[in-house]
Unconditional design. Structure first.
Length: 580
């Protein structure tokens, strides 16, 4: 492998604690991450996009709906169900093949294209579970294609190696062209791309995952606001619409920067949303462009670093916390925006996550917003954060995990993503392990908070079981990543968390508001105390329960009845431990 690429792969492996994998598997993880990150807004599970040995020439596959990596058909179905009649979302498929060689191979490139075509052509006898789930998600997308932006999904194939791509090698005509033609004949995609990723492009993709989002744009009539507690600087200003679209809303590839809306509590509601339709009409009617600044509430930008120099503003690691709808309509109507369109802005420099959270809530209070979206400012989640941080004070680096109350809270701090738990991921782990609902955690990765809101993050709960659930998931994911536990059981990990709790602590569990819950968690914590292979045996014991019940179809595993079967078997296997 090329030395520079090897160095970056080593850094990636260290941060994600995949050191015990062979080099080929490490490189596949690396390529999958770089390619998928490019289109994903939220963090995603690497193991849920990486394929097995039965991969049909595909090393990684992901379905991304409006910037969110979707891993089950049920989750996709829930997203479409909640859209409403007027909204559309972008659907994108990403497929990767990674080779460590320094040359692009015709056969391997064609194999990637054939594998993708086979998946979409109705070949559902696939042994690889990730690919089978992608096919099932695609069926849901097709069922709801009227809600998909542009009427069809987008599809990108990445073939990566560590050599240098040469346009004169003939592979564009012999491999890329025929693959695009073959996939185009399926009539499934709005846009298709086959990207040969050589070492220079791979380095560029990797560096993008490390770089903060920056923008510099012109302003007019800047007014500095008086001193505000917790806010370093704050300004009111007007920005020229066309330049704002180019410099702030658009990335280097000409696409909208979805990542800058992570802290906006609402996704884009679609062109047909009444408010967005009015904004669009105002932009399409050129005679009304000079009224845009008084007819629109504008955009609020928050960043930890804001620099104002005369009529120019620079922002780093910025978020648009209010104005998601305006931003998307501007981007979609960018060809019609004239020099007369001016955009009202609030530009705020703040680093305190509590101040940012309150700002998000106050600027988005015009319409109803789910309470779950504001969990980050609840006192209990602040207590959980302090509990996680206490391990740093104790010098316990082996069990040090990070609770991310606010999006990108730990960005740029050289912390492996595998150690970071945001609110949805922590809720998912806790619900699977302690609420006995692993089937819901499996089916609806982003909806546990909604389904079990009354049972999660309650102010009378103790913090300890939340940390225990995170530590268990952390150890289990590393066990899968390094193949200490067979990877074919990755999709059972939520059931394994529940099984692990039962076998280590028993079935008689005190309430989460009781001091006894900490005593209950101690044998679980003890089993997880050491990392690496040392923490794998209890999970392997839990796998035996899965094997005893029998590996099942995805549809069966997703239901409560399967969870009940698992519980009956674990109570039989660990009868003495569970008290008869």
């Amino acid at each position: 492998m090329h030395k520079i690429i090897a160095s970056y792969v080593k850094q990636f492996v260290r941060e994600n604690e995949l050191c015990d994998l062979d080099e080929a598997a490490q490189f596949e993880y690396f390529v999958n991450y770089c390619a998928t990150w490019h289109d994903a807004v939220e963090a995603f599970d690497l193991e849920r996009i990486g394929t097995s040995d039965n991969d049909d020439g595909i090393d990684g596959a992901a379905v991304i709906l409006d910037g969110e990596v979707i891993t089950t058909a049920e989750e996709a179905r829930e997203i479409f169900k909640g859209l409403g009649a007027r909204r559309s979302i972008e659907a994108r498929y990403v497929f990767c093949q990674a080779k460590r060689s320094e040359s692009f191979d015709l056969g391997d490139m064609l194999k990637l294209g054939t594998g993708v075509a086979s998946l979409f052509a109705g070949n559902r006898d696939m042994k690889d579970e990730v690919l089978a789930e992608v096919a099932a998600i695609h069926d849901v997308v097709v069922e709801n294609v009227s809600y998909v932006a542009n009427g069809r999904p987008l599809c990108t194939l990445y073939f990566a190696c560590t050599g240098v791509w040469n346009e004169n090698n003939g592979l564009r005509g012999r491999a890329i062209g025929p693959t695009i033609e073959n996939l185009t004949r399926l009539g499934l995609f709005h846009e298709l791309a086959f990207v040969p990723v050589d070492r220079d492009l791979l380095i560029a993709l990797w560096m993008k995952t490390r770089e903060p989002v920056k923008a510099t744009f012109s302003v007019k009539g800047t007014v500095a606001l008086p001193a505000i507690k917790g806010v370093s600087e704050a300004y009111l200003a007007l920005a020229p619409g066309r330049e704002f679209i180019t410099n702030v809303l658009t990335d280097q590839d000409g696409r909208i920067r979805t990542s800058v809306f992570e802290q906006n509590v609402r996704a884009f509601l679609g062109d047909d949303n009444p408010v967005n339709a009015r904004i669009r009409v105002g932009l399409e009617a050129s005679g009304k462009h000079d009224r845009f600044a008084i007819n629109n509430n504008g955009i609020t930008i928050v960043a930890p670093d804001v620099r104002v120099q005369s009529d120019r503003v620079s922002v780093t690691d910025f978020q648009i916390v209010n104005g998601c709808q305006t931003s998307h309509v501007l981007y979609r109507s960018r060809d019609k925006v004239s020099d007369e369109v001016w955009l009202p802005l609030k530009i705020i420099e703040a680093q305190d996550p509590d101040v940012v959270a309150q700002l998000v809530e106050s600027t988005n209070s015009q319409t109803t917003v789910s309470a779950a979206q504001f969990l980050s400012i609840r006192p209990f989640t602040q207590r959980i954060e302090a509990y996680f941080n206490a391990f740093e004070d104790d010098g316990d680096t082996e069990r040090r995990l990070f609770f991310e109350r606010r999006t990108n809270q730990y960005a740029g701090q050289n912390i492996g993503r595998v150690r970071i738990y945001d609110i949805p991921k922590l809720a998912r782990a806790f619900a699977a392990m302690f609420l006995d609902i692993p089937h819901i955690a499996y089916m609806y990765p982003t909806h546990v908070l909604q389904d079990r809101a009354a049972q999660l993050f309650r102010p009378d709960h103790k913090e300890h079981p939340y940390y225990t659930a995170a530590l268990a998931l952390y150890r289990l994911e590393l066990a899968f990543g390094n193949n200490y536990v067979p990877r074919k059981y990755q999709s059972y990990k939520w059931h394994l968390l529940m099984l692990f709790r039962y076998q280590m602590a028993g079935g008689s569990m005190p309430g989460f508001d009781s001091g006894k819950i900490e005593t209950y968690c101690k044998p679980i914590d003890k089993a997880l105390e050491k990392g690496g292979k040392a923490s794998a045996p209890p999970f392997i014991n839990a796998v035996e329960v899965i094997e005893k019940v029998g590996e099942v179809s995805r549809d069966r595993r997703k239901g409560q009845r399967y969870t009940e079967e698992i519980l009956r078997e674990v109570k039989s296997k660990f009868k003495k431990k569970l008290g008869g």
